[in-house]
Design a binder for this molecule. Structure first.
Ligand code: SF4
Length: 688
């Protein structure tokens, strides 16, 4: 069919949080084409979308897409059920636990793939209907340490920049971000800027593709980032390269930082991390010489038992060099999942915050939500995702409602997570497929994908954009917001939203940073960046141009030292495992494993091993290799490459068969943000 004959909708990508906008074309059955938007107001335009945004739609019409609810029959097998039966079972199952053990025995894992409006309703459902504050989402597994650290220092736990700043910065420091593969369109923006003369500094344990474009690539030891970052800060202070005016006028705590970095002498930094004095000095000089520097990172910096400490060190460095609140400068934690910024954070499906990061322990804030939602809300924080699994093992959590999250592959220590899921009194999973997690459920509710509904996503630079329906929900699947509304009403409430636009109007009335966000305005403006205070506010392109969102309006610099990773190599487990993404796949593969073209390019897992390490073990490329940690083992083929150092191995996170999170650690969490240490696991490797 010709494009003009197809249904078309201008929508936002459902994969990563770059938030590419494009027109999707459908014949009502399948998505047949994606074309970049012509809307000049879209935050990312003029750059072609990546392979997933262009071609990644087979999953929508996949043969194994759930088209009806499933319930377990008496023999323990799933059978199809009507919505009426399935919703009754869920209402009874969750209601019985709430009424017998209290709402605190229930938890909800919300979905950063779902829209803002749906995540708002997930939070409301947890607090109002289930009477629990134990609601969280995948941000706990990735950037929650960023949110905590930037919240403490600057006030907002989000990127200060717009993605356009990546194109005009004089210098970009990237760490723990395999940008080409995880955020391909941002990588294109950075590469274009480098071609135009910007400096690029890459600090990473793997010699990723961005290293080819770098003025300086430094291979770092996983788990010691605060050390080299503090080393750069020390050099900058020692050589009077910091921005004295900015520090004097816009920060507090400079002396504390000065004192705390004193121990990070060049010799000590080199001894701990292997990063040389020259590398520290040249990086410091490049940052200091630049008119503007953007500091970009992803999970290599955050997924540690001390991720918050790492990000505070980075926040200090950006602040003392005056790289905040001006064009081409700022901090940019590249968010992962399409709507983890909005759905995973801004909308408050969190154990400690309401929408807009309003603290549930604050009496006035809590009273506002109790009044709006007509319920009492416990001032005690609930459990974070990672804690939910530990608490469930102790029977403190007895029932879970998991929406669009594949915890049986994504949680740290999957063997432990599987035991927990198996032993819950009641588990309901809402998803597009019978995922590895749904296999443990009592009831599985079939949800609609993002092309089958309307709402908003918020991308990595805080831009709220429309998601527009291009085809009807497959079979009898339903959008998450409709399922939640029906369930809330079965459990004694009377929700009566006619559309997600109405839900957004409730959000903007309760959430100051979204105060001026409505569907109408998002459409008119091609997107709105929060904070957007009222219906006349244009949105905020760049944070902190006037002041910081702290009590004193300044950056609260904080001295940080460094902590060892929870596991360091031993004779028994001599190597360090890190994990991450590859371009063609996405998270646990629920979407990309159903893409024929993508699976041709990248059908299975691998472990990257340094040639010297492999030679010492008699391992050749393609050989099956057993990787074992204290928690589990897996077997994957070897890929011999000097991209990784001799002490490290790397395995992607995407594959069911290898389930690399069997090896990661569920117990050692960041003390502030409860982020797990996915990026450092002590392992041994041998031919299988
Ligand atoms: Fe989608 Fe991210 Fe690719 Fe853009 S870069 S098309 S948002 S996956």
């Amino acid at each position: 069919k010709r494009l003009e004959e197809l249904n078309v909708a201008d929508t936002t990508c459902g994969y990563c949080a770059v938030g590419c906008r494009f027109d999707l074309y459908s014949d009502g059955e399948e998505i047949l084409a994606a074309r970049p938007t012509e809307d000049e107001d879209a935050p990312i335009n003029g750059i072609s979308t990546c392979v997933k945004g262009k071609f990644g739609y087979d999953f929508i019409n996949s043969d194994d897409r759930l088209t009806a609810p499933l319930v377990r029959d008496e023999s323990g097998q799933f059978r199809e059920a009507t919505w009426d039966e399935a919703l009754s079972r869920v209402a009874d199952g969750l209601g019985e636990i709430r009424d017998t053990h209290g709402g605190e025995a229930l938890s909800v894992i919300a979905s950063s793939k779902a829209t803002n409006e749906e995540n708002y309703l997930m939070g409301k459902f947890a607090r109002q209907v289930l009477q629990t504050n134990s609601i969280d989402n995948c941000n706990r597994l990735c950037h929650s340490s960023t949110v905590a650290a930037l919240g403490q220092t600057y006030g907002y736990g989000a990127a200060s920049i717009s993605t356009d700043d990546l194109e005009i910065a004089d210098c970009i420091l990237l760490t723990g971000s395999n940008t080409t593969e995880a955020h391909p369109v941002l990588a294109t923006q950075i590469k274009q800027n480098v071609r135009d003369g910007a400096d690029l500094l890459v600090f990473d344990p793997r010699e990723i593709q961005m290293a080819e474009y770098a003025s300086q690539y430094t291979q770092v030891k996983p788990g010691y980032d605060a050390v080299w970052i503090n080393g750069i800060t020390r050099y900058i202070i020692e050589h009077d390269l910091y921005d004295e005016t900015f520090v004097a006028e816009q920060t507090t705590g400079f002396e504390e930082v000065q004192e705390s970095v004193e121990e990070f002498t060049p010799d000590r930094v080199e001894k701990i991390t292997g990063v040389s004095h020259d590398e520290i000095a040249s990086a410091a000089e490049m940052i200091a010489d630049a008119d503007g520097c953007v500091f970009g990172w992803t999970l290599g910096l955050t997924e540690h038992s001390h991720g918050t400490e790492n990000v505070i060190a980075m926040a200090n460095l950006a602040a003392i060099t005056g790289n905040l609140g001006k064009p081409g400068a700022g901090v940019s934690p590249f968010r992962g999942q399409n709507n983890v910024q909005g759905g995973g954070g801004d909308m408050g499906p969190l154990p400690d915050n309401f929408p807009g990061y309003q603290d549930i322990a604050d009496d006035d804030v809590r009273a506002k939500f109790e009044d709006a939602w007509d319920c009492e809300i416990d001032p005690e924080y609930g459990y974070y995702t990672t804690q939910m699994f530990l608490e469930a093992a102790e029977d403190n959590i007895r029932g879970m409602y998991i929406i669009g999250e594949n915890s049986a592959l994504s949680e740290p220590g999957v063997n432990h997570a599987e035991d927990v899921l198996e032993n819950l009194d009641f588990l309901v999973v809402q998803d597009l497929f019978v995922t590895e997690t749904a296999k443990y459920a009592d009831v599985v509710l079939p949800a609609s994908s993002f092309v089958e509904k309307t709402g908003t996503f918020t991308n990595t630079d805080r831009t709220v954009q429309m998601v527009n329906k291009v085809m009807e929900p497959k079979g009898d699947s339903r959008p998450d917001w409709i399922i939640l509304q029906e369930l809330a009403n079965r459990m004694g409430r009377s929700w009566d939203y006619d559309s997600t636009a109405e839900v957004m109007d409730e959000i903007n009335s309760l959430t100051p940073i979204y105060g001026g966000v409505s569907h109408e305005r998002v459409k008119e403006n091609g997107g709105l960046q929060w904070p957007c205070w009222d219906m006349d506010h244009p949105g905020t392109v760049r944070l902190y141009e006037d002041e910081f969102n702290t009590d004193n309006g300044k950056v609260n610099l904080k001295g940080v030292g460094y902590s060892e990773p929870a596991e360091t190599p031993t004779e028994e487990y001599p190597l360090t495992l890190t994990t991450g993404r590859v371009l063609y796949q996405y998270h646990t593969g629920t979407m990309t494993h159903r893409e024929e073209g993508i699976m041709q390019y990248n059908p299975s897992d691998f472990v990257e091993i340094n040639p010297a390490t492999a030679a010492g073990m008699g391992i050749s490329g393609g050989d099956p290799v057993r990787i074992e940690s204290r928690r589990g083992e897996t077997v994957v083929p070897a890929q011999i490459t000097d991209r990784v150092g001799p002490e490290n191995v790397f395995v992607p996170i995407h594959f069911t068969e290898s389930a690399i999170n069997r090896l990661t650690d569920e117990e050692h969490l960041d003390p502030t943000a409860a982020t797990p240490e996915y990026k450092v696991s002590a392992v041994r490797v041998e031919p299988a």
